[in-house]
Design a protein around this ligand. Structure first.
Ligand code: PAF
Length: 278
């Protein structure tokens, strides 16, 4: 496995690989890797000749300075995991390598970014749009891999790829879960032991509301979720939405195969998100 810190050297290497007709799979990450990331690497390995994983904690997508400050940075351990997963290339640029000056470009993803994560994390998807566009331009992959856990991010990146005609296929992979249902996330390592025991309630609330939605209105299901978390002291619900899984617009009734139940909640200062599609 080769590790690159500079855009130019990575590009020169990849250009060479492309001339040898090697297909490139790309897994963008912010590091602090877990099994969820490794499953993306595994899928990418199965579908491409070489796999590039980027590790970059992107400052422009954090609207909360505390979240950026405590975001886990574990490059050495990440590289070890990637090596064991047979990843071919790691791209781990510094902030100044990626942003010699702060970008002035602004993305507007319209209705996609006015709800949920976009509403509660203003500017977040602009930062994601900028860094993912830069990474796509640098790596020029044939396929890029993202996890369904970040459903809204997947929708935004899909829009980015279509609107800017990036010549690549997006591959959205299922959310990986711990045995007790908790969605795998780099942020889980910021949970205390007590919080970790209670955290699976987030997923449990989603599966319970999916069952209820079969014969109850979305208003009733939202009320159910509110009451569900009112009695769990350690979890503070930020939002729960019942949405079309592509447009992310709120929907009133279950439309089978197209309905996303999306949630964000705080456990102390750690913010967790999850979703299921039913
Ligand atoms: O999902 C993430 O880890 C990040 O948002 C991404 C796509 C790597 C962009 O920084």
């Amino acid at each position: 496995m080769q590790v690159f810190f500079e855009i130019k050297t990575l590009q020169a290497y990849l250009q060479n690989q492309r001339q040898l007709s090697k297909s490139v799979g790309f897994v963008p990450t912010m590091g602090a890797l877990h099994q969820g990331h490794l499953s993306l690497i595994e899928t990418a390995k199965n579908q491409n000749d070489i796999v590039v994983c980027s590790i970059f904690v992107n400052p422009t997508q954090f609207n909360n300075p505390h979240d950026l400050a405590v975001y886990p940075r574990t490059l050495e351990a990440d590289c070890k995991m990637l090596e064991e997963a047979n990843c071919d290339i790691v791209f781990a640029p510094s902030a100044t390598e990626m942003y010699p000056s702060l970008p002035t470009l602004k993305f507007d993803f319209g209705t996609l970014e006015n709800v949920m994560e976009g509403k509660f994390r203003p500017g977040h998807f602009n930062g994601v749009g900028i860094v993912v566009s830069k990474l796509f331009n640098i790596v020029q992959p044939n396929k890029a891999y993202f996890g369904q856990k970040d459903l809204q991010q997947c929708a935004v990146i899909n829009c980015l790829v279509k609107d800017l005609s990036f010549s690549l296929d997006l591959v959205i992979c299922p959310t990986q879960r711990e045995k007790d249902g908790l969605a795998m996330s780099s942020r889980n390592r910021n949970l205390s032991e007590e919080q970790r025991v209670i955290a699976p309630e987030i997923y449990k609330s989603l599966t319970a509301s999916a069952a209820l939605l079969k014969n109850q209105s979305s208003t009733a299901v939202k009320q159910f979720i509110k009451e569900y978390f009112d009695v769990i002291e350690d979890i503070e619900l930020e939002y729960f939405e019942i949405s079309d899984f592509e447009t992310l617009l709120p929907i009133e009734e279950l439309s089978v195969g197209k309905t996303a139940l999306c949630i964000a909640a705080f456990m102390g200062k750690t913010r967790l998100i999850d979703n299921i599609i039913i």
